[in-house]
Design a binder for this molecule. Structure first.
Ligand code: AVI
Length: 311
């Protein structure tokens, strides 16, 4: 049964346009409602989903070398900070002067930051609740000379390479003369490893993907029936990306506030891309965005890279 749309007119228009496109798609940001965020946290615990623990291993092994390259006293701007845990684990090494966690969910941040402030009273902390994916301006309270943008977790992979260059250009322009970027990047590897990471045996990633339909029902007042859809994820070697789709198990029609679309059996709704890079291809991307020298740290299997680039 349909409910009324809870999203703004702009959100309803954006989602409708994707659903009505010749190749239907949705933005991956709609994977993250309350339940979606919890499912993503569960994904990070899965044995198949190597990025989170591999990146943590790189920070543990090479954190001191990163701190040496970066220097202390920066303004650490943590993009998509969530519970702030990744950045906080680097505080003892990086010793930032100011910490600026940025996340869509300000409430979540405020709680995490007040706990952190007690542990690290010497670091000035300013939480910002905003969606930085379409570019952003930082308020004057954020020091501007030595900003270190921190973007771990390979979230950059959820932008297309063109979007990534534009996003990185924005960071560089905001970093200040002596600033830079510390970023986590997922590397190309055996496609069986990649496929399993996005289609795990427990079905957590399937639930994460399917949950988007519940979120869309809420946002645009649609009547997606989750049981009529199945999760599909695979590595597209040509475009060097994992693609996530939802595939109609049967012919069906979805209706929502102001629109409807028929899906044939087997037709897909494209929900996410996760681009994978080589060390070199990502350094080239950074150069296209105007960043200078880059230093790269990886794990022993070369599955993941953490890169520091100067603005
Ligand atoms: C958030 N992002 C980096 C994840 C990724 O690996 O692209 C999202 C994700 N999608 C499925 N599993 C994890």
């Amino acid at each position: 049964m349909r409910q009324r749309a809870h999203g703004s007119a702009a959100v309803v228009a954006e989602i409708s346009a994707g659903l009505l496109a010749a190749k239907p798609y949705t933005s991956p940001k709609y994977l993250y409602d309350g339940l979606g965020s919890k499912l993503f946290e569960a994904i990070c615990e899965l044995p198949e989903y190597y990025p989170t623990r591999t990146e943590a291993g790189i920070f543990a092994e090479h954190g001191a070398a990163m701190a040496q390259a970066i220097g202390t006293g920066t303004t650490l701007v943590d993009l998509g900070a969530g519970n702030c845990a990744k950045a906080a684990s680097l505080f003892p090494l990086l010793q930032p002067a100011q910490y600026v966690p940025v996340d869509i969910s300000r409430d979540f941040l405020t709680e995490a930051v007040s706990r952190l402030q007690q542990r690290f009273p010497d670091i000035e902390m300013t939480a910002l609740g905003l969606d930085f994916s379409n570019g952003f301006a930082l308020p004057d309270s954020v020091r501007s000379d030595r900003r270190l943008f921190f973007y771990p977790g390979s979230s950059i992979g959820n932008f297309s390479p063109e979007q990534a260059v534009a996003f990185l250009q924005g960071l560089r322009a905001n970093a200040g003369a002596d600033g830079g970027l510390l970023i986590g990047v997922d590397l190309i590897k055996d496609s069986a490893v990649l496929d399993a990471a996005y289609d795990d045996a427990l079905g957590v990633t399937a639930a994460f993907n399917l949950n988007m339909l519940r979120h869309l029902n809420h946002l645009i007042g649609a009547d997606f029936d989750v049981g009529q859809w199945q999760h599909r994820a695979f590595f597209n070697e040509t475009d060097s990306r994992i693609e996530m789709h939802l595939e109609a198990r049967t012919a069906l029609t979805v209706r929502w506030d102001g629109g409807e679309r028929h899906f044939a059996r087997g037709e897909r709704l494209h929900t996410e891309d996760s681009y994978k890079y080589t060390r070199q291809s990502f350094v080239t991307l950074l150069e296209r965005a105007g960043f200078a020298t880059a230093q790269v740290w990886t794990d022993p299997s070369n599955w993941f890279a953490v890169i520091h680039a100067r603005a």
